[in-house]
Design a binder for this molecule. Structure first.
Ligand SMILES: [Fe+2]
Length: 357
């Protein structure tokens, strides 16, 4: 099994607490410059697809953002940018700022049923445990999971009144512990599991996808997990029932992720932008309580990115990702509104980034 691979992402929480080279700061002068530019360009009648990346003047912060995204991908799997000019922008302008940054980072990916390329993560009463449930519209505690993209960018506009703590674990560290302590279960984790698309698949597509929890490609380890979607897949027809050893593997993995020497918990502050490389991090968050006033409710802006510098994925990842080629526009949830306009947007941006599509 996979004992030898690049281990830069195999951290324990103390290392993240001690090392600060994954945290980037934006100073207030740079933030103000960019906020002014965004406010001038924002047009409430314009679709996000119709903004061109050269319209924006992001120079004072862009280099930091690009370095932070690369650092997340090739380093610990996580980076944090602090100090986006949240107080100078309303919700929609802040969303445009994240979108504009995304236009420079790679090609944004659709994120769900509505084929949205940027999401507002807020509680709207969604039942996370239903067969079509998604965590980003609920206030529930979430299971550890990976998002369906290479890099996710999550920017905080408002924090909750209570709770909503961000939880992350290195899946590389988790794999090492699983392999060392229970090689029999590690073997199980390299076999296929069935994940539900939670009714977000394109018309005519299979309602589930199949892949192992861990695999390797070009000397890098790749992790994938989502208990909620494995659980909902069990309710679909023609899906093999989880075996006792698979359930033991899941429970053991879940226990590893919650150990104090594996789990890193952190808080989002307004103006924070977190990047996560989904291949080496499993993430989650605690449940939260919102303020009563609408304008104060917890709000994160989320963007899913296929970056031009992505690594080759394992062949076993193909079912969900469609392409495993490095530097390709891959992953995402195409959903039910994936139109010609979406394809044109992706094609044009891929060309600018020199990416495969
Ligand atoms: Fe997520």
């Amino acid at each position: 099994m996979f004992k030898h691979f690049d281990t830069s992402a195999a951290w324990n929480p103390n290392q993240l607490r001690e090392k600060k080279d994954w945290i980037f700061e934006i100073d207030s002068i740079a933030g103000r410059h960019v906020a002014n530019n965004i406010r001038n360009i924002f047009n409430s009648n314009k679709h996000f697809f119709d903004y061109h990346r050269d319209e924006f003047d992001l120079d004072p912060i862009l280099e930091n953002i690009l370095i932070a995204a690369r650092k997340a991908y090739f380093g610990y799997g996580i980076s944090l940018v602090r100090g986006l000019p949240r107080n100078l922008l309303d919700e929609n302008e802040f969303k445009l700022l994240i979108w504009a940054l995304g236009l420079h980072l790679g090609v944004a990916r659709p994120q769900g049923l509505l084929s949205q390329y940027i999401s507002e993560v807020r509680a709207t009463g969604m039942d996370y445990r239903s067969t079509s449930g998604r965590g980003y519209n609920s206030n529930s505690e979430l299971d550890f999971h990976t998002d369906g993209c290479d890099i996710v960018g999550l920017a905080c506009y408002n924090k909750a009144k209570q709770g909503g703590q961000s939880l992350i674990a290195s899946s590389v560290t988790a794999w090492q512990k699983l392999l060392f302590e229970r090689p029999d279960l590690a073997e199980v984790a390299t076999d296929n599991f069935y994940f539900s698309h939670n009714e977000e698949q394109m018309p005519g597509e299979s309602p589930f996808y199949v892949q192992p929890l861990f695999d390797i490609a070009d000397g890098s380890l790749f992790g994938k997990w989502n208990w909620n979607r494995v659980r909902t897949a069990q309710k679909l027809e023609n899906i093999p029932k989880l075996t006792p050893i698979q359930i033991e593997c899941i429970n053991y993995l879940e226990e590893i992720l919650r150990r104090p020497n594996v789990l890193f918990s952190t808080w989002f502050e307004p103006g924070d932008l977190q990047f996560i490389n989904n291949h080496v991090i499993f993430h989650s968050r605690t449940s939260f309580k919102d303020f009563d006033e609408q304008y104060r409710k917890r709000l994160l802006i989320r963007i899913w990115i296929a970056p031009p510098f992505s690594k080759r994925l394992p062949d076993s990842w193909r079912d969900f990702w469609r392409s495993t080629k490095p530097g390709s526009v891959r992953g995402g949830i195409h959903g039910h509104r994936y139109t010609e306009r979406c394809k044109t947007f992706e094609k044009n941006l891929a060309k600018m980034q020199g990416m495969y599509i």
